[in-house]
Design a protein around this ligand. Structure first.
Ligand code: ATP
Ligand code: MG
Length: 305
């Protein structure tokens, strides 16, 4: 299939998961098992589609880099073991490493806590021409920090600023920040990989039973699992408040890794394709310069080149 036709299909594929207005969004309306009717026997075809997607993405990224106007920010949020790392690894596998950067945001350091909460993320934003990936992000400030209020106390904020409306205030800050980024040529695309509690249990057990996956397990994962409902409420509220046309959330069913990766690839392709990317056009003077260089290179007698 030609790249243009593939992009068209990718856009259609990603559409059902896109939230651009959160008013009516309910997390319970999204089934983590959903595969848009694809069955496990379609897995090989999905893998082929992913391979093609990776190729198309590499082409789009090359143009993004050459054009050097837009930056792309991909944000990944999810409960533990939902497959953020795997999705990033597979979808970005064909990308030129020079044009891509990944940051994983963990618990803030003391230096981070000496600044406002966006500070560490702002420092890590992608340059024009690049794709930046945030593996977790400033959205944790409305998730883990909301679920564990003692984290907020450690943030050294003046006490009078910790009001009842703090989460609403943070949503407003984030919306303004993303509006600002979009207005400055940063295309934003946000993913929530939606896994079920049952599937998380199965993946934790796999991490415990498979020696090669033991390293992925941390006891904190178990304690956070105990706050499942609180996290889900926080995620829902976050998506409701921060979904926007210029910064959509893709709520991607994540119980089947093969499906998640195709859906994420489709959404990233859609994001890049909507930027109308093109290789820079060379002006008359430059064309003359190129023609002169070519003539010089082809002139047999010219020993200097
Ligand atoms: P994996 O899926 O492989 O476990 P991960 O993204 O969960 O990857 P971890 O090192 O396990 O990586 O966890 C990072 C932890 O850092 C998460 O529990 C997250 O909630 C926490 N974290 C991120 N940002 C903040 C923040 N601003 N305040 C407090 N904790 C944060
Ligand atoms: Mg973790």
């Amino acid at each position: 299939m030609k790249a243009k036709a593939f992009i068209k299909r990718a856009r259609k594929f990603a559409e059902p998961f896109r939230v651009t207005n959160g008013d009516k969004f309910r997390l319970k309306d999204v089934d983590p098992d959903d595969t848009l009717g694809l069955k496990s026997e379609d897995k090989p075809r999905a893998k082929e589609a992913l391979a093609m997607g990776v190729e198309v993405l590499a082409g789009l990224q090359d143009t993004l880099y050459a054009q050097d106007k837009w930056a792309v920010l991909l944000i990944f949020q999810a409960m533990d073991a939902a497959g953020k790392d795997g999705a990033i690894k597979h979808v970005m596998s064909g990308i030129n490493p020079q044009g891509c950067q990944v940051y994983s945001f963990k618990a803030p350091t003391s230096e981070d806590l000496d600044h406002d909460y966006l500070w560490r993320c702002i420092r890590s934003l992608p340059e024009r021409g690049r794709i930046g990936i945030f593996n977790r992000s400033y959205y944790e400030e409305t998730l883990v920090v909301r679920v564990h209020p003692d984290y907020l106390e450690q943030q050294k904020l003046p006490p009078e600023l910790i009001s009842k409306s703090i989460w609403e205030d943070r949503f407003r800050d984030i919306c303004c920040f993303e509006r600002y980024l979009a207005g400055n040529g940063v295309a934003i695309c946000k993913f929530f990989l939606h896994i079920s509690k049952k599937e998380q249990k199965a993946r934790f057990l796999e991490r415990l039973e498979n020696p090669e996956k033991n390293w992925k397990f941390s006891s904190a994962d178990m304690s956070e699992r105990g706050f499942w409902d609180e996290y889900h409420e926080a995620y829902e509220d976050m998506i409701r408040h921060t979904a926007a046309k210029h910064a959509p959330w893709y709520v991607v069913p994540a119980n089947n890794k093969w499906f998640t990766r195709v859906a994420v690839a489709a959404a990233v392709i859609d994001t890049l394709a909507s930027l109308n990317l093109a290789y820079p056009k060379v002006g008359k003077d430059k064309l003359k310069e190129l023609a002169a260089a070519k003539r010089a290179l082809l002139a047999k007698k010219n020993r200097t080149v």
